[in-house]
Design a protein around this ligand. Sequence first.
Ligand SMILES: NC(=O)c1ccc[n+]([C@@H]2O[C@H](COP(=O)([O-])OP(=O)(O)OC[C@H]3O[C@@H](n4cnc5c(N)ncnc54)[C@H](OP(=O)(O)O)[C@@H]3O)[C@@H](O)[C@H]2O)c1
Length: 230
Amino acid sequence: MTDRPYVLLSCAMSIDGYIDDASAERLLLSNADDLDRIDAVRAGCDAILVGAVTVRRDDPRLLVRSDRRRAERVARGLPPSPAKVTVTASGDLDPAARFFTMGEATKLVYCPSGALEKTRERLGGVATVVDAGEPAGPGTLLADLAARGVRRLMVEGGGTVHAQFLSAGLADELHLVVAPFFVGDGRAPRFVGDGSFPWHPGRRARVLEVRQIGDVVLTRYALSDRCPEA
Ligand SMILES: NC(=O)c1ccc[n+]([C@@H]2O[C@H](COP(=O)([O-])OP(=O)(O)OC[C@H]3O[C@@H](n4cnc5c(N)ncnc54)[C@H](OP(=O)(O)O)[C@@H]3O)[C@@H](O)[C@H]2O)c1
């Protein structure tokens, strides 16, 4: 699939590799300057993908926050914020979630064929619900997004979604931020769980950049030769 979108994975984790804690509250890992950097990355993408657990648990807006960046996008003939994309097998998403209610961008919900009917019933009024086949793998999503004109996709987690793109070899770049503390709770979600990944001791990913941003550290990795700096 040569014309799939460029896929940029973005994640913040604790020193011990957790992307959240086990509490009901959302854990803040990034700082204000890093959130502004993420905003700039978002503004440069056509679509942002998060998994359904992230929609349920974090209720993210997934909008470009900066007025200037929104205005620049509009001046380029784009909507103020990228399209929002999620994937679900359960279809159990709240149509009142901020993912659906905030911003005018296109909202796409991908689900396996077997869940199409119930997901359309529940979310058809607030999003375009797309049959992603059985199972709904990342390759199918990317092919459909490409057909919808998405050239650059930012994947913002959670770990289940990141792991699928990474293990399928369908990620071009990874932005990994490490926050300066430990979570230390095995009940909390990790960046990725067990899996077979194309990068291992015999095939190391290439570091493009290491940048300190206040009290966090960003490492940018090239994961494919589509990455312009690779
Ligand atoms: N630190 C960070 O940068 C960051 C960023 C984002 C999220 N998070 C955290 O990550 C945690 C959530 O991560 P997670 O790994 O549990 O979940 P997730 O990746 O957000 O979502 C997983 C869910 O997405 C759906 N899904 C994923 N792949 C699918 C496929 N191929 N076909 C059909 N449905 C699919 C399923 O939804 P259904 O259950 O509806 O079937 C699945 O349960 C939260 O605690 C959140 O706060 C952290």
